[in-house]
Design a protein around this ligand. Structure first.
Ligand code: 1PR
Length: 550
């Protein structure tokens, strides 16, 4: 197998990039010292987290100058995400830390006054320039394809500025802002998106870079059928995973979080077994799921952390699933079976190294939100959310919320934020608040969902996975009132979850709320609908979705 060199300094999910490189027929050799850069022919610089952190790490490790020399020598270089940003002069994210300065522009933060930031999801990389430039693609990028982005900072696009300097540029639009999605000149290729997480379209870009296929003519139908720019609606498949009564790790699914069978041969308390986690993740990827989430809904108390079965599930899933993987359950400060105290950051690191792109924090987020308010809304800097977000970037930290409705006669009857609901309870009460729960809904806490999401946003969470215990497994559609209430309270993206039963529920949640993504579980696991059917329906209803490329 031919080789490519990969810099080993980064935190984050490097495993998926290695898997993607292997998939297109190359082997990875690690760069562990600045000396190794000299031996590299093709070099990839991945980057996650903060611009300043990445660039300072590279600088302190003595890598910056060898990288500059590699590029100046005309050898193939690819920068991914912060790896692309490193090519610029600097970034608003850390004004003190300089970039490589090959591009005399600065990276800027997205404007969050009218849209969620970070920008998370599938967006375009469309060639700029005149009509003849648009007939060509660089490194296999296609106008009809979508690519996975996750970032708060980007290079704003200024027409002609880079093209006049010999660069090929592909852009994407987020809200009112057009930014650089990919650039290339001579031996340099940079992508703001993550090609290793962008399905077949991303693998095509990696293959083209490694094979040295810089420019290709686009097929006429690709040019004519130029895709629609902008962020797509994300459809996520969720796998609740736990050990069943015979000790096997299975995908299960509850009704209002109760996962035991109530009818059929297993009636009387067996855990519902809906399939094997890795096989099901692959199936949903092949159906066009934009992300796959695994929730470990029970903790593996008797198992040393390093052998947690979820790690193996992630390792195996990331070999075949080239879209983002989220893992939730048990992300908190932990005591291992031998008595060793393991901070949440180390637990998360194990998951990232095994192929996770994001970790999802449930119960621990509620406990730390309580402490945050008790301390007068002061950050401690020590919570799992803060430490993981600081090390890996906020896009890597999801907070999973498990709220349920508490009805009251009047808003004055509670200290919590209430909504007037169109769905009164049996007693006719027309107001409710959403109470946060922990331990898979087993225990309620004196925190409402608004308090929770505001606290975790302040701590550096990048996204909210918004479940709803009342709706879970009901097939009656999402809780639109809850979603609108949460969306109005925060800037970070929200994933609507719980209640999807038919494809039209996805169309409904996207038209009646401003949710950023929607998640389904039971309807997919029971084989009632496929992810592709949901996407076809969304497309029919004129929502922009990512087409699955075979
Ligand atoms: O508290 O950090 O260890 O995390 C535990 C995680 O496990 C949390 O994210 C919590 O939501 C989840 N969890 C715990 N118990 C259950 C359970 O079901 N008994 N599952 C559970 C949560 C809810 C969704 C589900 C949607 C969609 N599952 O993930 O997939 O409701 O379902 P539907 O489309 O079929 O309606 P920690």
């Amino acid at each position: 197998m031919p080789t490519v060199h990969l810099l080993d300094y980064v935190a984050g999910n490097i495993r998926s990039l290695v898997n993607a490189i292997n998939r297109v027929g190359y082997e990875v050799e690690w760069i562990r010292s600045p000396e190794d850069v000299k031996n590299a022919e093709k070099l990839i610089l991945p980057g996650v987290g903060h611009f300043g952190h990445c660039l300072s790490q590279l600088d302190q490790g003595g890598f910056l100058e060898p990288i500059r020399q590699h590029i100046e020598a005309g050898k193939p270089f690819m920068g991914i995400c912060v790896g692309l940003q490193a090519l610029f002069r600097g970034s608003e994210e850390d004004t003190e830390v300089p970039g490589l300065g090959l591009i005399p522009m600065r990276i800027q933060k997205f404007n969050d006054s009218s849209k969620s930031v970070p920008h998370i999801g599938w967006n375009s990389a469309m060639n700029t320039g005149d009509d003849s430039a648009k007939q060509q693609s660089f490194y296999g990028l296609r106008p009809i394809s979508k690519y996975y982005y996750v970032h708060s900072y980007a290079a704003p696009y200024k027409p002609g500025a880079l093209e006049n300097d010999g660069w090929s540029v592909a852009t994407a639009t987020y809200g009112e802002e057009e930014f650089i999605g990919a650039i290339s000149r001579g031996n340099i290729f940079g992508t703001q998106f993550h090609p290793e997480k962008s399905g077949i379209a991303g693998l095509r870009a990696i293959r083209a870079f490694l094979n040295g296929d810089r420019l290709q003519s686009l097929a006429p139908e690709s040019v004519a059928g130029k895709g629609e720019d902008g962020l797509t609606r994300r459809v996520i498949a969720c796998l609740d995973v736990r050990t069943n009564d015979t000790g096997d790790l299975v995908v299960t699914k509850g009704d209002q979080y109760d996962v035991r069978e109530k009818s059929g041969v297993d009636a009387g308390g067996q855990v519902r077994n809906l399939g094997k986690p890795v096989d099901m993740a692959k199936k949903y990827y092949e159906q066009g799921a934009d992300e796959v989430t695994f929730l470990n809904i029970t903790s593996f108390r008797n198992c040393p952390l390093a052998d947690t079965p979820m790690l193996e599930i992630l390792r195996r899933a990331s070999e075949t699933v080239f879209v983002p993987l989220t893992i939730g359950g048990g992300i908190r400060d932990t005591v291992d079976t031998d008595g060793t105290e393991v901070p949440a950051l180390d637990v998360a690191t194990m998951y990232f190294k095994s192929g996770a792109d994001k970790v999802s924090i449930g119960s621990d987020a509620v406990f730390v939100a309580e402490e945050y308010y008790n301390a007068g809304e002061k950050l401690s800097g020590q919570t799992a959310i803060e430490t993981i977000s600081k090390a890996y970037g906020k896009q890597a930290v999801v907070v999973s919320v498990d709220p349920k409705r508490v009805y009251v006669d009047r808003p004055e009857d509670t200290n919590h934020h209430t909504i007037q609901t169109s769905y009164p309870n049996a007693a006719g009460q027309r107001f409710c608040w959403y109470q946060c729960t922990v331990k898979g809904g087993r225990e309620t806490r004196d925190v409402d969902v608004r308090q929770l999401v505001r606290a975790v946003e302040a701590m550096g969470a990048g996204e909210i996975l918004l479940n709803c215990i009342d709706k879970d497994g009901s097939n009656s559609g999402f809780d639109l009132e809850l979603i609108n209430d949460v969306k109005a309270a925060i800037k970070i993206p929200v994933i609507a979850s719980s209640g999807a039963g038919v494809p039209d529920h996805f169309a409904e949640v996207f038209s009646k709320t401003t949710t950023d993504a929607a998640l389904g579980a039971g309807m997919f696991h029971r084989g009632e609908y496929t992810v592709s059917q949901v996407k076809e329906h969304l497309q029919k209803e004129r929502f922009l979705v990512r087409q699955f490329e075979a």
